[in-house]
Design a protein around this ligand. Structure first.
Ligand SMILES: Nc1nc2c(c(=O)[nH]1)N[C@H]1C(S)=C(S)[C@@H](COP(=O)(O)O)O[C@H]1N2
Ligand SMILES: [Mo]
Length: 249
């Protein structure tokens, strides 16, 4: 991809969190280099909606540190996101399946839960080590739905009305891909995409769609929100987005 993406300050040193200039340079360079678009406005609007303008010192709007966020930044490309709770939350599974289904939060909680502790890694450089996530394996929901032979991919949609994501069917069936109900051993709060978000452990965190409301089985990959704006569809940590790890030998 564009070699300029390597310029992003802390991008190569993700342990150095909280360096907004580095992240700004990195994201700005990536967005401009890849597509000639500026990714800032939607993110800025998103942060203003939640943090009341706390992001005005950062034109990308990426520096909204959550109070007590433990290193997480708050991201939303939508300016406001409705709240869903145990009464109002629904997750729809449809598309190329034999048994479309709609799950409530109670339905999801009643299924076997998988807990994983991995590093969260945002493509812009910040990282939250050893973060527990817990939820239902996506593969379980796909098996229950009966994926048809022509299916190749999954499209994820969100009740923020804006964000979307994608995985190939093979990626979606990995054991380390969860429909997550809990993070850091607590029920997922609204700001982190609760009550239910996707968690794609081996990929950059933009794959982990917050406020998950739809899982549609499709015949081909349809690039998600950031992927339409220049980020890699196959977002393996350390092996995508111009950030390939150094060879170890
Ligand atoms: N619906 C939705 N999901 C999203 C995003 C978003 O803007 N909207 N941002 C993505 C990005 S770029 C990151 S780094 C993480 C941030 O998750 P957090 O806000 O819980 O830290 O969510 C991902 N999922
Ligand atoms: Mo991100």
């Amino acid at each position: 991809m564009n070699p300029d993406v390597h310029e992003g300050g802390d991008a190569d040193h993700p342990e150095e969190r909280g360096t907004p200039v580095g992240r700004r340079v990195f994201l700005g360079t990536l967005a401009l280099g890849a597509l000639g678009v500026v990714a800032a406005p939607p993110l800025q609007r998103g942060l203003e909606g939640f943090l009341g303008g706390a992001a005005d010192k950062d034109p990308t709007g990426l520096t909204g540190l959550l109070p007590n966020g433990g290193g997480f930044r708050y991201y939303s490309v939508a300016s406001s996101v409705p709240r869903r709770n145990a009464d109002t939350y629904r997750l729809k599974v449809d598309g190329l399946v034999d048994h479309p289904a709609t799950y409530t939060l109670a339905d999801l909680r009643a299924l076997p839960q998988t807990r994983m502790v991995r590093d969260v890694q945002c493509v812009t450089g910040w990282r939250v080590p050893d973060t527990p996530f817990e939820g239902v394996r996506l593969s379980r929901l796909l098996d229950a739905a009966g994926v048809r032979p022509t299916a190749r991919a999954i499209r994820f949609t969100c009740f923020d009305g804006t964000y979307s994501e994608s995985l190939t069917l093979a990626q979606a069936r990995r054991a380390d891909v969860l429909v997550a109900l809990r993070m850091q051993d607590k029920d997922l709060g609204h700001s982190h995409g609760g009550p239910v978000r996707l968690y794609v452990a081996p990929m950059y965190f933009y794959k982990s769609a917050k406020w998950l409301s739809g899982i549609t089985v499709t015949d081909e990959v349809r690039p998600g929100y950031w992927e339409e704006r220049g980020y890699d569809v196959d977002a393996w940590v350390g092996r995508s987005n111009g950030r390939d790890d150094e060879p170890t030998s």
